[in-house]
Ligand binder design. Sequence first.
Ligand code: E4P
Length: 217
Amino acid sequence: MKFFIDTANLEQIREAQDLGILDGVTTNPSLMAKEGISGKEAILKHYKDICEIVDGDISAEVLSTTYEEMIKEGEELAAIHPNIVVKVPIIKDGIKAIKYFSQKGIRTNCTLIFSAGQALLAAKAGATYVSPFLGRLDDVSTDGLHLIQEIRTIFDNYGFETEILAASVRHAMHIINCAKIGADVVTCPLPPILSLLNHPLTASGLEQFIKDSQKMQ
Ligand code: E4P
């Protein structure tokens, strides 16, 4: 399973990269705005900076919602670096844009997926990734993991190569359950990834080993 970091914060991206387990980065307009990035030049530069830190797939989201504008914007984003994956919302024009990009060899991440039908359409159009938003479904009392399972079954039934990128992942159990289901990728901020390290028996065991090691010196 691939681990992507879900942030536009360069420090957090560097910290995750230093861990040695990072496979890519996802961003969205809210995460970019949070870092104070605004204006076309600044946006393109920020994605370039991310590509220089991480050698893996970097999702860059289009801001427009019409077919023509998404094509123009997506081609500009894809030209930044070969690792850029154009992130496109699951709307009618988005599906048309994904089809266009896939024929042009531009990789895509279809975002804002909240149903199996949406994931199926995106895969049919040739999306490289689909991003079901696990945590946001849980937020409205709907089982997000069930959606990941449904998409896994559908993609396996028909041999779709589109990868399931579990997004809106909030905690360690989301990551573990996504791994059990067979999501291809999880994306989340750094804290849920680091929380996978935690176990009280590891902490107390290490404390004891350090104490005993002093008797050996
Ligand atoms: C990633 O592609 C999504 O934009 C992101 O995971 C959404 O996460 P959130 O629901 O925590 O905002």
